[in-house]
Design a protein around this ligand. Structure first.
Ligand code: ADP
Length: 382
């Protein structure tokens, strides 16, 4: 291992995940730069080494990565060909481009789970909306089902629930995965970490509650109230998947627990994840530090829960667009164990992720009460 402070680490993307990654590395004075095409991004507030360029452009990614020891990502939508090139030239690229290529495409992800025996809902792959409609007419596809764009869907964009013929207008005309509708009891996430030497650690289960219309995680908490056996199954799935893929870095595994108690993989993200924000305040090792430990070959940190916690996503209020203001901040900051994180985005839009708040307490019910208060009080308006 080279000296941790001289290793040049490049991060593709300068959003909020890049910002928090930089902050975690800053305690160890890691040498981190971020590639972003706009100067007005969350990471720019903390990172003095912002490099101007597009993470989806071959040439930009190559010229950014060429002098780095390690290149990593904070978002999947990057130029993978450029990452293959850099890997060939000896740059350590984590997550590895071959894994990114599978994960970036929801169809290939599902095929991977099927091929390697990981539990996931039944699915089919379709070329476009016509292809789906034909399958319905031919009797090969039945309502209800969930259509997902194979690439570039995120935060619920690119996901359509089709319950009956009257929803067919909603179909996305793009290459898609069509999944059976799962009777979801709970949505959970487990983050696994694997370092360059193959050491593996998993975080405990997080429970996620979604915004009913925006399809974004609105609230999450831990420890989970699920029975221990189901939690063990979920943690083992996440660990086994990280091991099977051989990923270096984090793998956030989103899962459903259905009404029969089955645990099914929904999708994964090979990077720090929204479902791990609360690890900054409520876990021995934050997911951001863990990612950096993993990719630089340091020993992985302890993933024990320090105290119960919730995370409330701060979404732009509906009907508010324009320069962002935070209403109710003084009130929530009077409470102990309330940690607002603002991403520094200047403009708010309906449901835009503007920040999050971590709430800690000595019991889950105390945490739930405080998070309800935070959700009702702190608003992002224009
Ligand atoms: P995104 O990548 O945009 O987050 P997801 O694949 O996580 O998309 O889907 C968004 C949400 O849609 C999930 O959190 C879940 O609530 C719902 N959903 C996704 N797939 C299914 C399914 N097969 N059955 C039932 N609900 C689903």
């Amino acid at each position: 291992m080279s000296d941790i402070n001289t290793l040049k680490i490049g991060v593709l993307g300068g959003g909020q995940l890049g910002k928090m990654l930089y902050q975690a590395g800053s305690r160890l004075s890691m040498n981190i730069s971020c590639l972003e095409s706009s100067a007005d991004v969350p990471a720019a507030v903390v990172c003095p080494k912002m490099v101007n360029g597009s993470i989806t452009e071959y040439e930009d990614v190559i010229s950014f990565g060429a002098d780095k020891d390690i290149v990593t990502i904070e978002i999947e939508n990057v130029n993978i060909d450029a990452l293959y090139y850099l890997e060939e030239k000896g740059v350590q690229v984590y997550p590895q481009p071959s894994i990114l290529e599978i994960i970036k495409d929801k169809g290939r992800q599902k095929e991977y789970y099927l091929k390697h025996g990981f539990p996931t809902s039944p699915f089919g792959l379709y070329r476009d909306a016509d292809d789906i409609e034909r399958a319905i007419v031919d009797g090969n596809l039945r309502y209800p089902f969930v259509q997902k764009a194979r690439i570039e869907g995120y935060d619920g964009r690119g996901v359509v629930i089709v319950r009956s013929e009257s929803d067919l207008d909603l179909l996305l005309d793009t290459a898609s995965v069509v999944e059976s509708m799962v009777q979801i009891d709970r949505e959970i996430s487990v983050i696994a970490a694997r370092n360059t030497q193959g050491e593996l650690k998993t975080y405990p289960v997080v429970e996620m509650e979604f915004h009913p219309t925006a399809n974004l995680v609105e609230n999450l908490f831990w420890p989970s109230a699920l029975d221990n056996e189901t939690q063990d199954i979920a943690v083992n799935i996440a660990g086994a998947l990280a091991e099977k893929m051989g990923i270096v870095g984090l793998l956030a595994v989103e899962m459903f627990v259905d009404t029969q108690g089955n645990v099914l993989i929904n999708e994964v993200a090979p990077r720090p994840h929204n479902s791990g924000h609360h690890t900054i305040e409520s876990c021995v090792t934050s997911q951001y530090e863990q990612h950096l430990r993993a990719i630089t070959g340091l020993p992985l940190g302890d993933t024990s829960i320090l105290m119960p916690a919730a995370m409330v996503n701060l979404l732009g209020e509906p009907h508010h667009s324009g320069p962002a203001r935070y209403h109710g901040l003084a009130e929530v900051m009077k409470l102990a164990g309330v940690y607002p994180h603002f991403y520094g985005k200047k403009e708010t839009r309906p449901f835009r992720k503007m920040g999050h708040v971590t709430i800690t307490g000595s019991t889950l019910s105390e945490v739930r009460d405080k998070s309800k208060m935070v959700r009702n009080t702190l608003k992002v308006i224009s």
